[in-house]
Design a protein around this ligand. Structure first.
Ligand SMILES: Nc1ncnc2c1ncn2[C@@H]1O[C@H](COP(=O)(O)OP(=O)(O)OP(=O)(O)O)[C@@H](O)[C@H]1O
Ligand SMILES: [Mg+2]
Length: 313
């Protein structure tokens, strides 16, 4: 298997802690913090590695937080291609309130990239893409990066004969789909924003997914629906899968784990409906892990036996 390249244009250091109760004004005494590398593409790269695949993570980073990010990625033994920028890598943080079990997720905008910086990222992608089968681009854009950034990524993927997996939202997603991608994984809300309220009914969603494919925007479309599972659409057919029941520790990273698991399956040559099972198992396994932990291979392999997609059409 060739390495799967992941692109993270706005990586972060994810800080996780817990507190008895979140209240204003008083000092909130927190548990010892843990730090993990984060951002869509870095999470996907970690999941692929955890499942036994090879990944190469491409990302900009800068400042002292950028150095810390390097160390954290080294600990995770990720193969990486960092691009130096002048701004500081962002830090996001998640606080679990023990009293209620609720998670508060604070997300920073990230450093502003200059035109020269984001163009260097694209040039680096062109270089690595020449020799790979899959590129996964995931996450929000950093400030300063143009809205057609992922469309440019899609263009590079096509030129280099690589398959692009894209997980993002809003205008950047829309623009990239005009260019066309291999596999897109919006969640229900992201898909609704593109296709309209017909998506709220199961039949309407299935029809919207088919018309999405007919327009040539993607070859594989998965609309993920949290606890309700996900729907897969390809030219060969449409499938629905529900997640096996699990005890939820934290919902952080479910979407990225889904994308990592399904892409890993596709890269191993599995047909889409089989790779889809890996996606569901990985997304659901992420819920069994605490805080910013993603899925573990053991949990994924265990859940896999319980995922049976049903064919809709
Ligand atoms: N509460 C849940 N119970 C069981 N499985 C879940 C749950 N939430 C998510 N999953 C699994 O993870 C997959 C992806 O989740 P979801 O649709 O929430 O993605 P997302 O909205 O992109 O998530 P994220 O917030 O991580 O970006 C689902 O298809 C499902 O397999
Ligand atoms: Mg998501």
């Amino acid at each position: 298997m060739k390495p799967i390249v992941t692109l993270t244009i706005n990586p972060t250091i994810d800080l996780a802690t817990a507190v008895a109760e979140v209240t204003p004004e008083h000092k909130l005494r927190c548990d010892a913090e843990r730090r993990d590398p984060g951002g869509g593409g870095l999470n996907v790269a970690r999941v692929i590695r955890e499942l036994g695949g090879e990944s190469l993570a491409l990302y900009p980073r800068g400042g002292s937080t950028g150095e810390l990010l390097e160390r954290l990625l080294e600990e995770k033994r990720l193969r990486r291609w960092p691009i130096s920028i002048s701004g500081h890598t962002r830090e996001n943080f998640t606080v679990t309130e023990r009293k209620s079990g609720r998670e508060f997720r604070f997300v920073m905008p990230g450093p502003t990239l200059t035109e020269a910086e984001w163009k260097t990222v694209l040039d680096s992608l062109s270089t690595v893409a020449a020799d790979v089968e899959f590129i996964v681009a995931s996450g929000s854009l950093a400030p300063g990066v143009p809205v057609d950034f992922y469309a440019r990524v899609a263009h590079i993927a096509r030129e280099q004969n690589a398959k692009l997996v894209l997980d993002t939202s809003g205008e950047p997603l829309r623009a990239a789909l005009e260019e066309g991608v291999f596999f897109a994984k919006p969640n229900r809300k992201e898909f609704r924003d593109m296709m309209g309220p017909q998506v709220d009914e199961p039949a309407g969603m299935a029809a919207a997914a088919r018309s999405f494919l007919e327009k040539g925007r993607a070859e594989i479309l998965v609309v993920s629906m949290g606890a309700d599972g996900a729907m897969l659409t390809t030219r060969e057919g449409q499938y629905r899968a529900v997640p096996p029941p699990v005890k939820t520790a934290s919902s952080v990273g479910a979407g990225d784990s889904f994308v990592g698991g399904m892409t890993f399956g596709l890269a191993r040559g599995l047909p889409p409906h089989e790779a889809f099972r890996w996606g569901i198992a990985s997304g659901t396994a992420a819920l069994m892990s605490q805080g910013t932990d993603l899925c573990s291979r053991q949990d994924v392999e265990h859940l896999l036996t319980q995922v049976q997609p049903t064919r809709l059409a």
